[in-house]
Design a protein around this ligand. Sequence first.
Ligand SMILES: *Cc1c(COP(=O)(O)O)cnc(C)c1O
Length: 445
Amino acid sequence: MRYTSKMAGSVRVPPRDERRVRLEEAGYNLFNVPSAAVAVDLLTDSGTGTMSDEQWAAMFEGDEAYAGSESFAELERSVEAVMGIEHVVPTHQGRGAENVLYGTLVDEGDVVPNNTHFDTTRAHVVENGGRPVDCPADGAFDPRSDGDFLGNFDLDCARRVVDDVGAERVPVVVVTITNNSAAGQPVSVANLREVRAFADEIDATFVVDACRFAENAQFVQQREREFADASVAEIAHEQLSDADAVVMSGKKDGLVNVGGFVGVADESLLEAVEQRAILYEGFLTYGGMAGRDLAAFAVGLREAVQEPYVQARVDQVRELADTVEDAGLPVYRPVGGHAIYVDAGAAYDHIPDDQFPGQSLAVELYREGAVRGVELGSFAFPETERPEFVRLALPRRTYHREHIDYVGETAAAVAARSAEAPGYTVVDEPPMKELRHFSARLEPV
Ligand SMILES: *Cc1c(COP(=O)(O)O)cnc(C)c1O
């Protein structure tokens, strides 16, 4: 028991016939389905959460000045207090921060190791002529592995990259906390410290993608002995204290619907980052956000590290995992911070990987109950070795027990009919393969 609702939105469950038509019209890509035709929307936890009364109140006081906005000063104070970062370069969302930062750090022919590149991160590295290399922990992609910090960055992997291409070709090392693409698994502070030392060895910039820094801090408190008695707020500070720069999407642990920033600790980066931000995002005291967005973001960051909030958050994700697993669909364990990952390769072992069992399962969850998730397997990540996951991500502070029960009923109906689910083939896709799952069209085989 953590929240009451002060504003209500309604839920509509479209009838079965409509769901069938929606799927056809969408080219079996759930990104093309209108949200009015979705009953429980677990497509993403990005920008889909519910703001608090205090955030709404702060919005009324948003300072819309172009230069020197007081709301930006508020955000700076929050970032310094919550994340320990002094320089904030605001952007319209996380990928804006990626464009600004990786555009200044990555050149043609460079190689960028990351525990696992999130899709937009991968695309920005490629866009700047770099080669993204994933260095996940052993077992990170095994749906039946276990471990406290399966999100960790594998240093041996990164050392092999450096041996291969030379340190001068590796200008940046990135750690993503939590590791979104690897089932939302956490990264230990010990691992972050090791990566810092490694970046020093090869004279690289150490970047932390901190989109889910609060959820990561919660896991560290529960699992890393050194921090058993520390508060989530203290850990949030500690885990970012070694980074040269931070990429942040406010749409995740900023608890807002839009916004982001580059946090800069290494002052030698600041000028180049600022110049590029002015070009692509806007002046340095708004960066593509309205003053009221900055104001809500400033409050949201402080709320994200309050323990009752982050505890309830992680608990609800675990509750969803238990419910879906009880319904008969296999779920990746241990459960991550923001989403559950259904193992579609196991649920639909009659569908070969090149016919996208994950996409098929995502389509069936919509067909059976208008529940929307997203495939994160061979369809979303062509040319990488990934398990066939379907991610069901929980928006923050938005759904209640009855929604989770409804997803469980839908999952049970899907599980009961698994033998009937078809494979899919792509009939139309955009030129940039890294982004194809956002817009490609498919049809059943
Ligand atoms: C969401 C996300 C981004 C990009 O942020 P947007 O606000 O969606 O542009 C970058 N990295 C990770 C790990 C993310 O989850």
